[in-house]
Design a protein around this ligand. Structure first.
Ligand SMILES: [Zn+2]
Length: 240
């Protein structure tokens, strides 16, 4: 069920699923909220499969997007994001939520999510855990490129979710997919190339079938993770 529609009794013992994304430029052809739209779509499908076990949290569309300096982005600093997420984690636990799965659609959030996971999970609590399910870097074989940002994988996934969100015609002017060295490490995307797309290995191909396959595979894998957590919690509660 959805967190915001649940009563205080109904949230107890359920696993939280929180989609998180970013508000940042995604080339000339994709919406700013691409990462959150994808994460939310996947989390919603999983919530439908585990309605009595899972709580779908409101999507956190804002994320850490500092690497988009020079291009439009609405971003949260790493320290603020860490504190914000730790507050959500702590109060979720206090409210009786059994564990939290963060469904992440954005590479720039990964380092903070790793810290939130470590800070929470290394404290000796045997039951409540933070898990991170990430869409970052997935399905390279399926798309035959390394889509690091707004490339074939993200474009095809968004196309499979809602065709109208992809401004196909804006891709026609993109004629250079080279990427300067150091992107995400020593230089922001705006210094890597002028288009704001990092699709290593070729041009952006829009393939609805592949997009759907990629999304469905993620739903299956996240479902397996949720099933495992349910089993772990049973064991953990017996032990307690
Ligand atoms: Zn993205």
């Amino acid at each position: 069920m959805k967190l915001i529609e649940a009563t205080r009794e109904e949230i107890r013992g359920k696993i939280g699923l929180m989609p998180i994304g970013s508000i940042e430029q995604h080339g000339p052809h994709l919406p700013l909220g691409t990462d959150g739209i994808i994460a939310e779509w996947i989390a919603q499908r999983v919530e439908e499969k585990f309605r009595d076990k899972v709580l779908l949290y409101p999507t956190l569309y804002y994320g850490c997007s500092k690497e988009h300096y020079g291009f439009p982005h609405l971003s949260i600093g790493y320290i603020n994001m860490f504190n914000f997420l730790m507050d959500i984690v702590t109060t979720s636990k206090n409210a009786g939520v059994s564990s939290l799965v963060i469904v992440n659609g954005h590479g720039g959030n990964e380092s903070v999510l790793d810290l939130v996971r470590r800070e929470t999970n290394m404290n000796g609590d045997k039951c409540f855990k933070v898990h991170v399910f990430s869409m970052v870097g997935r399905d390279r074989e399926l798309f035959n490129v390394i889509d690091m940002h707004a490339g074939s994988a993200e474009t095809s996934r968004i196309y499979a979710i809602n065709k109208e969100l992809v401004r196909k015609e804006n891709l026609e002017s993109v004629d250079d997919y080279t990427v300067n060295e150091g992107v995400f490490k020593t230089i922001p995307i705006s210094e890597a190339n002028k288009y704001g797309i990092i699709n290593i290995g070729g041009k952006v191909e829009i393939d609805e079938d592949k997009g759907r396959k990629s999304l469905e595979k993620a739903v299956d894998e996240l479902s397996i993770l949720v099933s495992k957590i349910i089993e772990e919690l049973k064991k953990c509660n017996n032990r307690a």
